[in-house]
Design a binder for this molecule. Structure first.
Ligand code: LLP
Length: 433
């Protein structure tokens, strides 16, 4: 069980609310977010920086899960937010996130998106490439404004969850290569611009990472680059953004660290390098997505049909699937689940949990250990808070689920369920013939 989850009278509760009550009120499939757990995770990061006496920003990587209420929660918990599109930016602004605390990412921002950033006076743009530098300069000149930027660099450290690959040349669509002169060139180009002010450097080494080594390696490389630039030009940008990627526990095989451990280890390296290079300790920014909301989200489904492939496996099917969680189909991602209305019973049945979408690969969990399943039971799938709803689609014209927030015995709708009318609202009738 995660966060405030508990079992009362054989039933799973979240945030002090019975899952049966949520199902009755909002229907299924349903995403349920444990708000207290999101707050706890956010405070864990924010407090750790405070304790270490380092100036910092914890920016919620909102691609993990974005809606108005989530942005408001992030702002309440003193986080900044990272957005990667005009749509996320629009939602964050609509939610009332202070523009100065919004960081804008992306490897192909449009003119309109950069204009939005200027018009809203965003905190910074994380610049990805030379084309974008020119666009920002042009648009800034037209508007008579200056934009703070971070340069996104690829340090040549790539994390694949359990191993780190250090390469001279990082093959990535993102950012300026730190090792082949590209980042140095970008540093020079940006400084010559009138409407751009260089705030710092950014890197992101991967996602679902369980060790601190990769972050430390990257931090060391970036600090050394700051030292080299200071020696050449006398100027040192003040921010080091080390991205997100802190891992979470989806199944028993996953062994993440406490958030504070990731932060403490990266700060240690930054401080050591700063002392060696005789640099001030820069502000440290991070961008956790998954580790803030991943295990705070639970998907509730209603179990329907049942099929046995004799001698092979037993399938149970639920009323959602790859349309609300593409991760098993896309990444072979693993999850655990429980039958919420039989949570105290022994999990001595094995079922493969299939979705309802027209695709054989639409399986949410292969060979899940579960309580005895019957039609009408509620399946609770854990740890679906990150990259579940945010990657949902209308494949098969399946409406997107509702999203509910729970906290201290209370619940509220955060995103309403899509209706069939919603599905056709942008469709137009055939008029050609
Ligand atoms: N910052 C940058 C620049 C990123 O590209 C990402 C994630 C993050 C922060 C947040 O990373 P996190 O803390 O959530 O690991 N759809 C995939 C994950 C894609 C991550 C993309 N970038 C999944 O479902 O596993």
């Amino acid at each position: 069980l995660y966060g405030t989850q508990a079992i009362e009278n054989n039933e799973l509760t979240i945030g002090g609310v019975k899952t049966s009550e949520l199902v009755k009120e909002y229907g299924t499939p349903l995403f349920v977010y444990d708000v207290a757990l999101i707050r706890e995770r956010a405070q864990g990061f924010v407090e750790t920086f405070k304790d270490l006496g380092v100036e910092a920003q914890v920016a919620y990587a909102s691609k993990a899960f974005a809606c108005v209420a989530m942005y408001q929660l992030a702002a309440q918990e003193n986080m900044s937010v990272d957005v990667v599109s005009g749509g996320e930016l629009f939602t964050a602004l609509k939610a009332g996130v202070p523009a100065g605390r919004i960081h804008f990412h992306g490897n192909n921002k449009s003119v309109e998106e950069i204009e939005m950033a200027f018009d809203a006076n965003l905190g910074c743009i994380v610049v990805d490439n030379f084309y974008e530098i020119d666009l920002i300069e042009q648009i800034g000149a037209q508007k008579g404004k200056t934009m703070d930027v971070l340069l996104r660099v690829t340090p040549g450290v790539e994390a694949h969850t359990h191993e780190f690959i250090t390469t001279g040349q990082a093959d990535s669509k993102f950012g300026f290569d730190l090792n082949n002169g590209q980042a140095d060139e970008a540093f020079k180009v940006v400084q010559a611009k009138q409407n751009i002010s260089l705030l710092g450097l950014h890197c992101h080494i991967g996602s679902q990472i369980f060790e601190t080594e990769g972050f430390s390696l990257a931090a060391g490389k970036l600090m050394n680059k700051l030292g080299a630039w200071r020696d050449e030009t006398g100027f040192t940008p003040q921010v080091l953004n080390l991205g997100g990627g802190f891992g979470i526990r989806y199944t028993a095989e996953d062994t993440p660290l406490e958030p504070k451990q990731y932060v403490a280890d990266m700060i240690k390296v930054v401080k050591e390098e700063a002392a060696k290079l005789n640099l001030d300790v820069p502000q440290i920014w991070i961008e956790p997505g998954r580790s803030l909301v991943g295990d705070a989200g639970t998907s509730l489904y209603t179990i329907g049909s049942h099929k046995e492939v004799p001698g092979v496996r037993e399938y149970i099917a639920v009323d959602g699937g790859m349309s609300d969680n593409i991760r098993p189909a896309l990444y072979d991602a693993k999850y655990e689940a429980v039958i919420a209305n039989k949570a105290n019973e022994a999990a001595d049945y094995t079922y493969t949990v299939a979705g309802k979408l027209c695709e054989s690969g639409d399986k949410l969990i292969v060979d899940a250990a579960l309580q005895k399943a019957e039609a009408g039971d509620t399946l609770a799938m854990f740890c679906t808070g990150a990259y579940g709803y945010s990657m949902a689609s209308n494949y098969n014209r399946v409406p997107r689920p509702a999203v509910v927030f729970v906290e201290e015995g209370k619940h509220q709708l955060a995103v309403r369920r899509e209706s069939y009318e919603d599905l056709v609202q942008n469709d137009l009738p055939l008029t050609l013939k």
